[in-house]
Design a protein around this ligand. Sequence first.
Ligand code: SF4
Length: 469
Amino acid sequence: MKPHDLPTVAFDAALIARLGKSGPRYTSYPTADRFGDSFGYRDFLHAVADRRTRAGVRPLSLYLHIPFCDTVCYYCACNKIVTRKRDKAATYLAYLKREVEMQGRLFAGIGGHTPEVEQLHIGGGTPTYLSDDQMGELMDHLRRCFRFAGDATGEYAIEVDPRTVSPARVHSLRRQGFNRISLGVQDFDGAVQKAVNRIQPEEETRAIIGAARDAGFRSVSIDLIYGLPKQTVATMDATLDKVIAADPDRVAVYHYAHMPQLFKPQRRILDADMPDSDTKLQLLQLCIERLGRAGYVYIGMDHFAKPGDDLALAQRQGRLQRNFQGYSTHADTDLVSCGVSAISAVGATYSQNAKTLDGYYDALDRNELPVVRGVRLDMDDVLRRTVIQKLMCQFELSIAALEQAFPIVFRRYFGRELAALAGLERDGLVSVGEDWISVSMKGRLLIRNICMVFDRYLNSAEPRHSKTV
Ligand code: SF4
């Protein structure tokens, strides 16, 4: 059997309809709603100082947030600023570079060595809102402030809106040092694109994918969304034909959570255009089945990858990790994030930057890093984070390995959680053995439900999260 013939996930519509409740996406544990403003800039400095005093140097992941977009997509729930005033981006870039420089100085010489950057991700908003020259300037600045791993081992990714770049710009991005590119497509159907205010001709997207291949990007990823207005099984089938023909290395299929009461742009989506919940499930099933038949491995949550892609390899080798960008191939890195609203994860802390431009600029004008809230994890948090990471990334958990790493007797410590898992075990989502907890093929799509059992803070009475499927 070839690797891609292996079944990687099983779709059980009745079970998903019954259990697909609201739940966190676990890009962090504790989740960001637990961050508090009693954690600030000085606590972040302590967390970095703590890294200095411990043996060994952890490599770094960098995330940079570019919040600007030209136009608004009606489904958007991101933290972005829609403007055509380009001078705003120039001002932002100046402050972002100042923050990068401060972070670079902070991490320089840590533990006698300067940690190497193994991963870089530039996201938004729309990173390519910056001009080609501005992006080149930013990349040069990053290299002056940090030490980067070589192109063959480092993973340097950028999110690209195909409407904002030409094939020549894609070649330039590769020359600037990016080796992974992810393209927002969402749907190729014209009526769907119109309903969400994101008109993106298919030929344009295909030209960008072709340019990325020619330029030598190591991985090309396409983002889709299911559950958008005007989507039907037939339109999604046609979109998938085009996606599969484009042959990306990775595909992300995100669920559209329609919450107009929380996200203003979504109020422009007509209720009458929304697919009903049965159709949404059929759309998801279609995506899973078609991508599976086309040879993609289900990585977890919303992600699919070719068996030879680094994400699939990292999963097989137990190196996969979950962070604010979704799944990541480099475990054991400290994540340093720069830009408005960006979240860092250093040691056993999370810290978030100011969410408004004014707050972000004010802190940097005071010569302080713009951290405004966060959390320091206690032992129980670190333990539960480990459990959730293992389940999210490997779909199994070694009880013995956990007992070796933490001073606990698993069955005693997690007695209440094991009782709660018994219900999910009866539904066939998970099996709990003497030494292992293993997620079944049909449990993989409901992995959030399994992880939620281990979330100490979760209060199901508060609908703070999107649906698990
Ligand atoms: S979906 Fe992306 S491009 Fe569209 S408004 Fe939101 S952040 Fe901007």
